[in-house]
Ligand binder design. Sequence first.
Ligand SMILES: N[C@@H](CCC(=O)N[C@@H](CS)C(=O)NCC(=O)O)C(=O)O
Length: 205
Amino acid sequence: MSKYKLTYFDIDGGRAEPIRIAFHTAGITFEDHRISFPEFGEMRSGTRFNSVPVLEIDGAQVTQSNALNRYIGKMAGLYPTDDLQALYCDEVLDALEDISHYIVQTFGLQGEELKLAREKLVDGWLSTYLRGLDELLTRGGGEYFADSQLTLADLKVFVLIRSLCSGNLDHVPADIVQRVAPALVEHQKRIGTEPCVAAYYASRS
Ligand SMILES: N[C@@H](CCC(=O)N[C@@H](CS)C(=O)NCC(=O)O)C(=O)O
């Protein structure tokens, strides 16, 4: 059995969270190495692309969250075996990567600059991607994004929507998802009650 060590920030969210849930769902033991921001600063240059998450498999580094999502997702039964459904799942995973990128661009800004950037984000890319995800959920049948069952696509959207609804991002109204794509709020609540997701969070508390 391989030895897995997943390094990411000490938050129950972000790019590593779906990977953690998938590990737990697959019943695979892994080291959940959670780091602080200063610790990241110290280790940043030692990572392949100066970023996390990083998964070490028997000591060898692998990066790119969506590649890791698919790798562990297959072991967890959370990634479609049908090619078209896998494509639908990937479309969601990659869209989420795009929107994460736009959100992260506003990190580090302050004061009026932050306010303007976040307002532009809310009216622009964020609304565009929420509407697009809403369409993709409808395409999947309304309950799941692909494969008529829980996949990594649902987990990754769940993590983002939960974060947006938490109101933790300054100048991003906590009701933005409710206003633009209410079906995604319902989806987030439903995915939170999926047995493997609930079991993961029960294991954390
Ligand atoms: N495409 C990469 C992006 C990784 C990434 O940008 N990670 C962020 C944290 S979520 C990071 O480490 N940023 C560090 C930096 O920009 O200095 C992935 O999906 O894993």
